[in-house]
Design a protein around this ligand. Structure first.
Ligand SMILES: Cc1cc2nc3c(=O)[nH]c(=O)nc-3n(C[C@H](O)[C@H](O)[C@H](O)COP(=O)(O)OP(=O)(O)OC[C@H]3O[C@@H](n4cnc5c(N)ncnc54)[C@H](O)[C@@H]3O)c2cc1C
Ligand code: SF4
Length: 515
């Protein structure tokens, strides 16, 4: 979204009720909800305001949507950052996310109770469900009339048409006796007037979700929560990189210093919410030496096991066409033959050519003419990918490196290694997805071992000794500091995360309004 000339503005000397750092899935619903209840709200966002009409399917130009400040990666599965894991701008990573929007499985809230491994959430699905349904209804989520794994569930929008990869995955699942459905997708399939935003056009099935949606069909925070926040008097400040959190002699937060166009500014606040994502939120706390009496800030960094398997067919697939990830099966949420705890979702995959080529280059050591021949198979390739549970492990964490960025602030160091559970899940999925593709005649099947999403690092829980925030996102150490983003997840769970982050954000806003 672009900043509105009619937006209310606050002076640096105003003590705003709530200052929020970050405008993504964690920050935006909370900004809207607090503003709707009459609170004065300012949102600091490091990235720019992108007008939706400026999004382009050009993959190189769309890099403007990525968080490109350098991050250092370590561990035996070092993660590639940039486009794969985070975003920037008014709207955060949802500007270029895939919009796949399954709900968390009820069992994933209680993984430790079920298996003795991992960590339980401090509440169950029943607690989060009303907020999940509110998010789905407000932003617009499409899905099938009948969802096999939750027959009571209803979606307000019909699914978009299936692309070739989605159709192939259906055939393959049928051959193996697996159930499948059109997956929940955060997009609208008929034109609507979005309150406080304006017209959103139905999905045109163009396939460019990861480059930003030009016609407002994809449900992000830029075309839903943020315009609502502005309508109720919140101020959005794009291009503002927050770096210093100021406190009074009692230790309570008094304001934040940020840099905009090379100039330092200060905004005073009564309450601060960190919604900068699971790497930048702990980085802010660590560089400021805050809220870490538990020693848990930056710890328990998790991802999703996101193995992909691609196959080449005799006929044209055209993986750039259509909504990329329509078909889902949840049959692997607790597979009977599992040698791991937790489970995984399987989703069909389309992809733009440059991203596909990069993935291919990572998955094979073949180069030269053989690699060129593999690249030439793009138009006949279809993919499937998983999203699976990843257990918290002490060696996986975000710390501060010795290197400094352009602002003189230590760059984050992210250590990430799969443990036995993640490897077992990867191998299980690689076998199954290969069988699905073989059943429908795919050749040159390639397995890509990859992890996605940034999760954990400031987890919520009931006990101040082992958690950073309480079950509604409030710091145990500083009572006017709250966290609302992917960092508070106690466990990764299998579902793609944006829905749960937004639901938790509304829940945290409700708790803040009661203080
Ligand atoms: C390529 C890709 C595809 C994805 N696909 C899906 C999908 O299909 N379904 C799904 O559910 N999830 C998906 N995700 C994941 C999902 O988008 C994220 O988990 C979610 O958006 C994270 O929300 P957040 O609020 O925690 O962080 P973010 O969305 O990253 O928001 C944090 C914001 O804070 C800003 N910020 C950071 N530091 C500072 C600072 N110091 N000062 C000011 N501002 C700051 C950043 O610029 C950013 O805008 C995808 C992610 C990516 C990258
Ligand atoms: S496929 Fe639909 S939701 Fe995705 S970018 Fe195109 S119009 Fe938007």
């Amino acid at each position: 979204m672009s900043s509105s000339p009619l937006m209310k503005t606050f002076a640096a000397t105003d003590i705003v009720d709530t200052l929020i750092i970050g405008s993504g899935a964690g920050g935006a619903p909370l900004a809207a909800e607090l503003a709707r209840h009459g609170k004065s709200v300012v949102v600091l966002e490091a990235g720019p305001a992108f007008p939706a009409t400026g999004h382009t399917p050009d993959e190189v130009a769309a890099r403007e949507l990525y968080w490109l400040h350098e991050r250092l990666s370590a561990g035996t599965n070092p993660q590639a950052f940039g486009g794969n894991n985070s975003g920037t701008g008014l709207g955060g990573a949802m500007l270029h996310y895939g919009a796949f929007m399954p709900r968390m499985d009820a069992r994933d809230f209680h993984l430790h109770t079920e298996t003795g491994k991992g960590v339980d959430w401090p509440f169950g699905l029943d607690e989060l469900l009303p907020y999940i349904e509110r998010v789905e209804s407000f932003i617009g989520v499409s899905g099938p009339a009948y969802y096999p794994w939750d027959p009571e569930r209803r979606y307000a929008y019909a699914p978009p048409p299936a692309n070739s990869a989605a159709l192939k995955m259906r055939e393959g699942c049928d051959a193996l006796g697996l159930r499948h459905a059109d997956g929940p997708a955060a997009l609208i399939t008929r034109d609507i007037e979005q309150p406080h935003f304006g017209t959103r056009h139905a999905c045109a099935n163009c396939g460019a979700c990861h480059q930003g949606c030009r016609n407002g069909a994809k449900s992000g925070t830029d075309n839903t929560w943020l315009p609502m926040a502005v309508a109720y008097g919140a101020e959005l400040r794009p291009g503002c990189f927050a770096h210093t959190i100021e406190r009074d002699s009692s230790g309570r937060v008094t304001g934040v210093v940020y840099r905009q166009n090379g100039v330092e500014h200060r905004q005073k606040c009564a309450t601060l919410v960190l919604a900068a994502g699971a790497v930048e939120t702990p980085r802010l706390l660590l560089t400021n030496g805050l809220a870490n009496s538990s020693g848990q800030v930056g710890q328990n960094y998790m991802t999703h096991v996101s193995t992909q398997v691609w196959g080449e067919f005799d006929e044209d697939i055209r993986p750039n066409r259509g909504y990329p990830s329509l078909t889902i099966t949840e049959d692997m949420m607790r597979p009977k033959d599992a040698n791991f705890v937790g489970g995984y979702l399987v989703q069909s995959l389309g992809m733009m050519p440059a991203t596909w080529g990069q993935n291919l280059a990572r998955s094979t050591t073949t180069r030269g003419p053989a690699f060129a021949r593999a690249l030439a198979g793009y138009n006949r390739s279809a993919g499937m990918g998983i999203n699976g549970e990843c257990l918290p492990r002490p060696e996986n964490r975000v710390t501060l490196s010795d290197e400094k960025d352009a602002f003189g602030i230590p760059k984050p160091l992210i250590e990430h290694s799969y443990g036995p559970n993640e490897w077992a899940m990867h191998h299980h999925a690689a076998r199954l997805l290969t069988q699905i593709w073989e059943a429908v005649g795919a050749k040159d099947i390639r397995v890509i071992d990859r992890a996605a999403h940034m999760i954990g690092t400031c987890r919520m829980g009931t006990d101040a000794d082992s958690n950073v925030v309480n079950p509604v996102g409030r710091s145990f150490d500083i009572d006017n500091l709250w966290i609302s983003d992917h960092s508070i997840f106690p466990s990764a769970a299998a579902a793609n995360p944006a829905l749960a982050i937004m639901a938790l954000s509304l829940r945290t806003a409700e708790a803040m309004l009661k203080v």
